[in-house]
Design a protein around this ligand. Structure first.
Ligand code: GTP
Ligand code: MG
Length: 181
């Protein structure tokens, strides 16, 4: 399982859709590490990731990617740098409906920029908007920070959405580092 040609890590807040994104994308049965969620204050979901999710996808050009999902709970943040070892990039997923999604994005970017130069951002749950936060804030903020990470609004339950984000990340890596399959 560690012998994948390339490794991409999915990071981001609890319930943002990391496990779901890997499930949608993977060509193989996904190795999940879900357990009963005892942290109902952070998120009211029934189960949460407590280890490393793992899946694989082979892109049209034959490039095989290992998909590694992190646990969103910050009590597991010690494992994030471990999972990122050897990764060519990371996808940060942020639930648009959390209290302050921009500060969550800022905080995950700040952390994961220590582990990889290549980051793409997926804003999730915009199909069920419950907050009054404007969706324009993300791009405006990235521009204000002089950051040019690919950013898409995605539904993690849709393979095509997650694939688009993954391919945008791969393209930006190829442009930056001339990776060939
Ligand atoms: N409506 C909607 N549901 C979503 C979206 N993305 C994920 N979900 C659902 O949100 C729930 C939580 O998703 P998970 O994939 O478990 O979230 P996670 O990021 O892995 O969460 P942790 O492992 O707890 O950190 C699941 O029921 C998903 O199907 C989305 O964009 N829209
Ligand atoms: Mg999960």
């Amino acid at each position: 399982m560690i012998l994948q040609q390339y490794k991409i890590v999915f990071a981001g807040s609890m319930g943002a859709g990391k496990t779901e994104a890997i499930r949608s994308l993977s060509d193989i049965p996904v190795l999940l590490t879900e357990a009963f969620n005892t942290d109902q204050t952070s998120h009211q979901k029934l189960e949460t990731t407590v280890g490393i999710d793992y899946g694989e996808v082979t892109l049209e050009d034959g490039l095989k990617i290992g998909l590694y999902g992190t646990p969103g709970q910050s009590r597991f943040d010690f494992i994030w740098p471990v999972i990122c070892q050897g990764a060519i990039g990371a996808i940060i997923l942020i639930d648009h409906n959390v209290n302050d999604p921009l500060s969550e994005l800022e905080s995950y970017l700040e952390t994961f920029q220590n582990y990889t130069d290549n980051i793409a951002i997926g804003i999730t749950h915009t199909d069920e908007i419950t907050s009054s936060t404007n969706t324009a804030i993300y791009k405006d903020w990235l521009i204000s920070q002089d950051l040019y990470s690919p950013l898409f609004f995605i539904d993690c339950r849709k393979k095509s959405d997650v694939l688009l984000l993954l391919e945008a990340l791969i393209t930006s890596i190829e442009v930056n580092h001339y990776i060939t399959a």
